[in-house]
Design a protein around this ligand. Structure first.
Ligand code: MRU
Length: 342
């Protein structure tokens, strides 16, 4: 896995500022975006300056600490505001719920700011450990793989470090196992082409970018040993929402008898919903599709769709990898007992 010195930190909280890698600028420029306020953090999450389910949760937790005024009501308002930044990744609400629980557990207002910051740091630290553990468990599933296909970016840029879907790949690469990655470019915002390819190249992992529509032919050649993706929200029955284009990839993997793995920490599970039908799917600006990079590619007269996520039914998922281990052929019962275990 990349060490701290190799990989720049996706998020840092230093001297009362939230410092983010501005992911809208990659791969052309590696620059920081600094948040001094709740509004700036909300803007950074909505515009995908910081993105990826775990990273959004961590950013929101730190964002609460930027409330002005730093009063009980100020922190509560910050939590409510940040909860409107993006709808699908449950990690956002999970992190904000933790911040709210801390707020409610502290009686002395003078201790609020320090206690909230300590909780945000804890959320950040726990994510590092979860990614490491997902890497270790996932590596056992990919141990015989030479080439894997992934979609979007579920790497270090989407988490504190190492990622979810990419963590097993970093783990294997660092242990000397030759593994190469095929990355869907991931229309419309190109997280695969821009971000996955960037961070894997930085770490020295061989990576080839393909257009999303090439995945079927590539799977047909037999070159791909496994597909591995992250998730933004997993329902109690194992249905998993992830970047738009994940579901057709799972169908293709099933048809070609290639294992399809989802890697996600326990903070990505939403046990309050029975199935993926209840997962809210973010609709983003149609300009992302009609005017990529500001260039018009769709005539004004045409309507445009832009759902940011789709749902892969559990029956298409070979296994879900969490920090606690592996759940093969996930079902409601198996996931409930897995998540209840330590
Ligand atoms: O819209 P994005 O870039 O936030 O979408 C991110 C994804 O779909 C990731 O695969 C998911 O959040 C998992 S990140 C470990």
């Amino acid at each position: 896995m990349p060490t701290a010195s190799q990989a720049p930190e996706t998020l840092q909280f230093v001297d009362g500022q939230l410092i983010l890698i501005d992911q809208t600028k990659l791969p052309g420029e590696l620059v920081s975006f600094i948040c001094d306020s709740v509004d700036q953090t909300h803007d950074a999450i909505s515009r995908l300056v910081v993105r990826g389910a775990p990273a959004i949760g961590i950013a929101a937790a730190y964002g609460v600490c930027l409330a002005n005024p730093a009063t009980r009501q100020g922190f509560l308002d910050a939590i409510d505001h940040l909860a409107t930044s993006r709808p699908t990744a449950v990690n956002l609400f999970w992190a904000l719920d933790r911040m709210k629980a801390v707020l409610q557990s502290v009686d002395d207002d003078a201790e609020l700011a320090a206690t909230l910051l300590a909780e945000a740091i804890r959320i950040h630290d726990e994510d590092r450990q979860m990614c490491r553990d997902i890497g270790r468990h996932g590596a056992t599933l990919l141990a015989d793989c030479k080439a894997v296909l992934t979609h979007c970016n579920a790497g270090g840029l989407a988490t504190s470090m190492w990622g979810t879907a990419l963590a097993p790949i970093y783990h294997l690469h660092q242990s000397g196992h030759a593994i190469e990655v095929f990355a869907d470019e991931t229309r419309p915002l190109m997280q695969g082409g821009r971000l996955t390819a960037w961070e894997l190249s930085q770490a020295g992992v061989p990576v080839t970018v393909l257009t999303d529509s090439m995945a079927g032919s590539l799977l047909r050649t037999g070159r791909i040993d496994a597909v591995i993706v992250g998730a933004d929200r997993i329902a109690a029955n194992g249905d998993a929402a992830n970047k738009i284009g994940t579901y057709p990839l799972a169908v293709l993997a099933k048809y070609h008898d290639v294992p399809f793995y989802v890697a996600a920490p326990s903070s990505t599970f939403d046990l309050a919903i029975d199935s993926g039908d209840q997962i809210p799917i973010e609709e983003r600006s149609t300009a992302e599709v009609s005017h990529p990079g500001g260039i018009q590619v769709v005539p004004d007269a045409a309507k445009v769709m832009n759902p940011a996520f789709d749902v892969t039914p559990a029956e298409l998922i070979t296994a879900i990898i969490t920090e606690r281990g592996i759940v093969r052929s996930p079902t409601t019962t198996k996931l409930a007992s897995h998540l209840a275990s330590q």
